[in-house]
Design a protein around this ligand. Structure first.
Ligand code: ADP
Ligand code: MG
Ligand code: MG
Length: 370
């Protein structure tokens, strides 16, 4: 893929001055094309991350980069204030020579350059509950550092991303239209979701009436979006800020539980294998609340299990909607995969309902220790 690009032309648009020593495809991200760049500069060898942004998914790269620049410069100040290392503890956008946060080439590709975070690794798989705990700690700290950031000033780059009632309306429409004649196969799943209609409004209602605050959310809280220090094993930096948007802390928390505390793959067809693991739930909750410190409100703290269940139900709704519409959003590798994905999410919801008291007890155990 490398040969396609004229690195000299692209990298020449950015501020660093020097000779390009190496450019290699890097990492295992699925969204952007990522390259590690090594430059010979006057001060020595320096490394960078160069990315070709995926504009099929993010169709407003300018708004997206504005969000990233605003959030990372805010973080940089915070990190400096407490004597941290702002080159390693936040992403740093390297501006273009034209003073922009990206460079748009002649054929319409958008490129951006970050400082490379040295001596740290992003892991694709959690090996132990400890890894999950570390990612929770890092995402919690991210919340805490951005607690006084004006979240409302961020662009909503994907409108209504976690507007659960709107997601439900989209599902109802897809059921009604039944474009692919698949609604009959999904009767039980549709019923399960519709029975929980009142629940879908809880968080959006509380946001509307000011009971819970609008916050900066990451929206892609996977383990591999955390850089773990090679020496200490601690999460030092949250990366991949493409989906940073205004939202609820409970969205980030809930989504992490949804995919991270599940005992099975997202498309497992043997539902007896699917449950919400309470050990992992506890590890994440502990880490997240430690990371958040005192920044969450009492209302938010009391709603952690609601956040987990909401994100899981919402995700189930999205898989079902996509199944009904002919699998146009979530890629499938086999027929019925999106229905299978919906079923695992609903199984998780059911399991959470059964473990509701336990989940609340775990959340209560850690919420006073911030
Ligand atoms: P995607 O949206 O495609 O997942 P990411 O921004 O997460 O893209 O980048 C892909 C991978 O590149 C990351 O998982 C990480 O391994 C690596 N990476 C990204 N940014 C940096 C950085 N600033 N320093 C070091 N490695 C990085
Ligand atoms: Mg990533
Ligand atoms: Mg990403």
């Amino acid at each position: 893929m490398q040969e396609l690009w004229n690195w000299q032309e692209i990298l020449g648009q950015f501020e660093p001055e020097g000779k390009i020593a190496e450019v290699i495809p890097y990492g295992s991200g699925h969204i952007n094309d990522t390259f590690r760049v090594t430059m010979e500069e006057k001060s020595g060898r320096k490394r960078y991350i160069l990315q070709r942004m995926n504009v099929n998914i993010f169709y407003d790269p300018r708004a997206l980069m504005e969000n990233i620049v605003n959030v990372t410069s805010f973080l940089r100040k915070k990190i400096l204030e407490r004597g941290g290392d702002p080159d390693r503890e936040t992403l740093n956008v390297i501006p273009s020579r034209a003073g922009e946060s990206f460079y748009q080439d002649m054929t319409g590709n958008y490129w951006r350059l970050y400082r490379f975070i040295e001596n740290a690794t992003s892991y694709d798989q959690a090996e132990r509950p400890e890894d999950f705990y570390q990612s929770a700690l890092a995402f919690g700290r991210f919340q805490q550092q951005l607690a006084d950031f004006p979240a409302g000033s961020l662009h909503e780059t994907i409108p209504d991303f976690h507007n659960t009632p709107a997601r439900l309306e989209a599902l109802k429409k897809a059921l009604e239209e039944d474009k692919c004649g698949r609604a009959a196969q999904a009767g039980n799943e549709a019923r399960f979701i519709l029975e929980r209609e009142a629940f879908t409004h809880i968080l959006s209602d509380k946001l509307k009436c000011g009971e819970i605050p609008l916050r900066v959310t990451h929206n892609d809280t996977k383990l591999n979006n955390i850089m773990i220090d090679n020496g200490t094993g601690k999460g030092i930096c949250v990366i991949d800020l493409d989906t940073v948007m205004p939202g609820l802390a409970l969205h980030d928390y809930g989504d992490s539980i949804r995919f991270g505390a599940s005992t099975a793959a997202e498309d497992e067809t043997d539902l007896s294998k699917v449950s919400c693991d309470m050990e992992l739930f506890e590890a994440y909750t502990k880490g997240f609340l430690e990371g958040c410190g005192k920044s969450l409100t009492t209302a938010e703290l009391s709603l952690l299990p609601v956040g987990a269940k909401m994100m899981t139900l919402e995700c189930g709704m999205r898989f079902l909607t996509d199944y009904l519409q002919g699998d146009t959003y979530f890629k499938i590798h086999w027929e019925g995969q999106n229905l299978a994905r919906c079923r695992t999410q609903l199984k998780l919801v059911q399991d959470m309902e059964e473990k509701w008291e336990q989940m609340n007890a775990i959340a209560a155990k850690y919420r006073h220790k911030g």
